[in-house]
Ligand binder design. Structure first.
Ligand SMILES: C[S@@+](CC[C@H](N)C(=O)[O-])C[C@H]1O[C@@H](n2cnc3c(N)ncnc32)[C@H](O)[C@@H]1O
Length: 255
């Protein structure tokens, strides 16, 4: 997957994207992310990319032309047309479901606004979708673009050691994750739950699901309710009378 971030502050984004898991994934070629400085595409002799807003507003607005020129140049850098996202407090709120959906696209173009925002005409021309990080206003779209990039990238093959790393985490299946423990076995008089030391896979799995349900019920009753509705209790199936054979030991549960 290729992600292009168009911003006035590419160094801010590069600093984050060069470190830790994403930095390693980029070096290993599991993920291609490029940060583009919109200012490089202005034709203004003073390198301006913004101007006063029309109307009575006081702030500065990013002009459409440098963004259009940046977009055209970036679009031509690879074959597929990118899915264009404008990070905006007016967009639909980002979540794990959206991250999963975006991780299936071959190319994303993330447009970061700054100041009062971006001239509406370029948004009308190129944007496929607006995404918000939440109901609050930030100074720029860089943090939201990095949040989207991070959440999407960690689901790409090779970025994390195994798919299980993200597929069992909070929000992936509608639940919050069970509590996690590491060494030492006893810390501050508090012990790691016995079952996790047992090596009994079925019991450990059952404990994880139970704890996951408890965490969700306690911290996010809205998610818990939605999960219960999506997983109604199964009616007990009637036991069929079966003849015992050598292949079916007497204690085999019947489904
Ligand atoms: C100060 S904000 C502009 C807010 C705009 N005047 C409004 O009221 O909707 C500047 C830029 O930060 C980004 N931004 C701010 N808050 C955001 C949020 N919650 N989610 C995503 N992007 C955000 C957007 O790219 C926006 O263009």
């Amino acid at each position: 997957m290729r992600i292009d971030i168009a911003t006035l502050f590419p160094e801010m984004c590069e600093a984050y994207l060069s470190e830790s898991i994403l930095g390693r994934a980029r070096k290993a070629g599991c993920l291609e992310v490029h940060c583009h400085n919109i200012r490089d595409y202005t034709l203004d002799k003073h390198n301006r990319v913004d101007d006063y807003s029309y109307g009575i507003g006081k702030g500065m607005v990013m002009q459409p032309d440098p963004i259009w020129r940046c977009y055209q140049a970036v679009e031509a850098m690879a074959q597929e047309k990118p899915w264009v996202i404008y990070l905006s407090p007016q967009g639909a709120q980002f979540n794990q479901k959206k991250a999963v959906e975006l991780s299936g696209r071959p190319r994303l173009f993330l447009l970061c606004g700054h100041y009062e925002g971006v001239d509406q005409r370029i948004l009308d021309k190129i944007v496929d979708e607006e995404i918000s990080l939440g109901d609050f206003v930030l100074t720029g779209g860089e943090l939201p673009a990095l949040a989207v990039t991070d959440a999407v990238a960690r689901m790409l093959p090779g970025v994390l050691p195994q798919e299980e790393c993200f597929a069992r985490e909070s929000h992936y299946d509608g639940l919050l994750e069970h509590p996690q423990y590491t060494h030492p076995r006893v810390w501050d008089g508090r012990e790691v739950p016995e079952v996790l030391l047992s090596g009994h896979h079925a019991n450990i799995e059952a404990w994880k699901l139970e704890e996951s349900l408890k965490q969700t019920q306690k911290k996010r009753p809205d998610l818990y309710q939605a999960w219960l509705e999506a997983h109604p209790p199964q009616p007990e199936k009637k036991r069929k009378k079966r003849k015992f054979t050598e292949k079916t030991p007497p204690d085999t549960p019947e489904f």
